[in-house]
Design a protein around this ligand. Sequence first.
Ligand code: GDP
Length: 179
Amino acid sequence: HRFFQAEFIKSSVRTEDCPSDGLPEFALVGRSNVGKSSLLNSIVRRNKLALTSKKPGKTQCINHFKVNDSWYLVDLPGFGYASAPRNFEQIGISLLKTIFSIAQPCWLGQNQVPMTLIFTKCDKRKKKNGGKRPEENVNDFQELIRDFFETAPPWIMTSGVTNQGRDEMLLHIAQLRNY
Ligand code: GDP
């Protein structure tokens, strides 16, 4: 099996302060509490690596983790809180707005930066989504985003608890690095 060396490099407040060694970077973008840190830990097979970024004052930073000395996982500051229960459509639309404002897919597209949709906490079946299986939610979501993209971005189902999707994410990252 793969050997992983993963280390926390630094927390940066400004993009100018981020590592500039030119290694490929894979950033996790999403609301606070969606499970970005757990996913990061799952990917690198380390239980507490991303805790570094949970230290007070570090959550609003851009956190760089170097993997195998050859690429970075980047934990971007989370935004907002999933508070009041919403139905799936509302979640989907607010998520799309978020993707547009934060990740700016037009900019990503123009600059040929690949984007992948990562579904987190797939071990859970949420009552507020009518108890649907995660796969069913993905279908709903694909419908929802159809109008927003020329070609639908790839998606991966994950869980930081069962480590579902870990190998798929690593394979995906490896493929992107070889482009
Ligand atoms: P972040 O703010 O996006 O980094 O989210 P965290 O990784 O800190 O996770 C937020 C909460 O969700 C924590 O209480 C985690 O234990 C829980 N959580 C994270 N990932 C999963 C998952 O895959 N499955 C389940 N059931 N809970 C998760």
